[in-house]
Design a protein around this ligand. Structure first.
Ligand code: SF4
Length: 227
């Protein structure tokens, strides 16, 4: 019987406890060896799988060393280097422009504030949050990607629809010490069990807490539509 706990705070804590048990070592799955590589990997990962991004960056990071290399890159050549990634033309433009700004305004270093990061071309709050958390050890918010969006709604932790509203809604409910791992735990569970089209509710450790469980609920709260 999928019944959520009485408060969203209690629901969040219980969900986290169980997911920490399931995925004790989960962390970011993008490959990078410095802050600039992290920023570029996250920019490339919008609407694209981390697996594909890692394949492309294995060669890209060999070819381009620093922000000056990307800023000076020819648009067509850089687009070609990342052409197996979604929206590669736009992403090449954003990377060149962001790196030009990093040189001009930040002495070639990836900035460490939300406002400076989101001023860079192609960098939204989600990308900035990932760079702050994993590049600078600064946790200012919760990264809401497609898995966090879907699972938070399915589990009754939010009724908001859009990532920035979901983040605002979750921050008072999820303990601050868990903000970073919350994202990785939800991504791991979304990939392993609670996928978008066909979640495996019978195998899910959250089934008895979940108001979307297919066992006894007719509606997927992520979409608001019938299973
Ligand atoms: S797999 Fe099913 S029971 Fe588990 S969180 Fe997803 S919808 Fe809920």
């Amino acid at each position: 019987m999928g019944t959520p706990l009485e408060s969203r705070e209690a629901q969040a804590e219980e969900v986290l406890d169980r997911l920490y048990e399931e995925y004790p070592d989960t962390t970011i799955s993008l490959s990078y060896s410095n802050r600039l590589e992290l920023l570029i990997a996250v920019m490339l990962s919008a609407q694209c799988t981390d697996e594909r991004v890692n394949k492309v960056t294995a060669e890209l990071f060999e070819k381009y060393d620093d922000a000056a290399d990307y800023a000076a890159a020819d648009q067509e050549e850089l687009a070609d280097d990342i052409s197996s990634i979604t929206y590669y033309n736009n992403k090449a433009k954003y990377i060149r422009s962001a790196c030009a700004d990093i040189i001009e305004k930040h002495d070639g270093e990836v900035p460490d504030t939300m406002s400076a990061l989101t001023d860079l071309a192609g960098v939204g709050r989600k990308t900035a949050n990932v760079v702050l958390q994993h590049g600078h050890d600064i946790v200012e918010g919760i990264v809401v990607d497609t898995h966090v969006q879907r699972l938070s709604r399915r589990l009754g932790l939010t009724e908001e629809e859009y990532p920035e509203r979901i983040e605002e809604d979750l921050m008072p409910v999820v303990p601050e010490r868990d903000w970073q791992q919350f994202t990785h735990l939800f991504i791991s569970h979304g990939r392993a069990v609670c996928d978008a089209r066909n979640p495996d509710c019978d195998a899910c450790v959250l089934e008895d807490l979940c108001p979307s469980s297919k066992r006894d609920h007719d509606v997927d709260l992520a979409s608001g539509e019938a299973w």
